[in-house]
Design a protein around this ligand. Sequence first.
Ligand code: NAD
Ligand code: TYD
Length: 340
Amino acid sequence: MRIIFVTGGAGFIGSAFVRLILEETSDVKVINFDALTYAGNLENLKGLDPSRHEFVHGDIADRKAVFEALPENADAIFNFAAESHVDRSIESADEFLRTNVLGTQVLLDAARYKKVKRFIQISTDEVMGSLPEDDKSFFTEQSPLRPNSPYAASKASAELIVRAARKTFGLDTIITRCGNNYGPRQFPEKLIPLMIANAMNDEPLPVYGDGKNVRDWIYVEDHCRAIWEIYEKGRSGEIYNIGARNERQNIEVVKSILDILGKPYSLIRFVQDRPGHDRRYAIDPTKVETEIGWKPKVKWEEGLRRTIQWYQENQDWVERIRNGSYREYYRRLYGSRLGL
Ligand code: NAD
Ligand code: TYD
């Protein structure tokens, strides 16, 4: 059995990754290490085979907890654990630095002492900042780090300490940078699940600014499969951008959600913009396509339909979140924007 240590595996992408790996391999055991912050949810891990999946409740910035949970000679660490929402990082950045930067350093130290064979850092296209609105500029692996939000700056910092661990200590590391994910079990603070949940409840849909910001969307399972293939075939020390060549303006995304749900466009409200709002993200995935042989499988129309269907069939999952501390967050962030 190969043993992999997955951090943040109770979150949106981490839980999709764990599920995919347990389904598509037979020789991998997962140790899933997660602090269960507001974004972590054990419901996301229901039904997993306990003989191949062990959940450990712990914080990646807690050195003792990490050293205790990480087995000697583990095959890999996949570091998904992070504070992941830009709007929250604008409200307060402390947790972003603690988890995303200090937590990554703790994991790198532990990887070195426990002789972990490979360290995969799950990063984001947002570390490269914002692109102009043309059809010629794309993020490549050579694009400079130019983060604009506290979230992006913390993820860029994490990349730099991963790089340093490789250069200084010879750790086998790879960094992956993906665009915006969508799919089942995404926390409803993010654009797509927020709009789905609000539309299902006939509540206003808050679109920032003019709604023409562009994001490059990928179905979560396609991202997870890319990470696994990069782990198996990628070259040590490399960065791989992951994207599905699927740029969309936010307003187009929101209208598509309303169309699928059969709800009126009159629910859309253009609200005060996010400070420092990046205009456009667009990934050139040529390297992962040619070197690794990865290609996305799920088309946008199909992925969005599946995602909406999941939220319709799991309204109790959404409502449990909306009735908890999320309610307070929503009022803070959207109260004055929507006149609540
Ligand atoms: P998420 O917010 O849904 O989940 C984060 C998970 O990390 C949660 O389960 C949370 O409990 C856990 N966590 C947070 N702090 C922790 C700590 N100190 N110790 C242990 N666990 C902790 O995030 P997500 O959308 O699933 O993103 C996962 C990773 O992918 C992040 O590193 C993010 O930067 C990266 N990423 C996300 C996207 C996207 O579109 N969501 C795109 C590219 C990259
Ligand atoms: P988000 O899901 O927060 O991802 P990121 O900022 O990391 O790309 O937002 C995606 C896009 O949607 C971004 O341009 C901001 C915009 N947005 C809104 O217009 N309204 C909202 O309520 C949210 C959460 C996001």
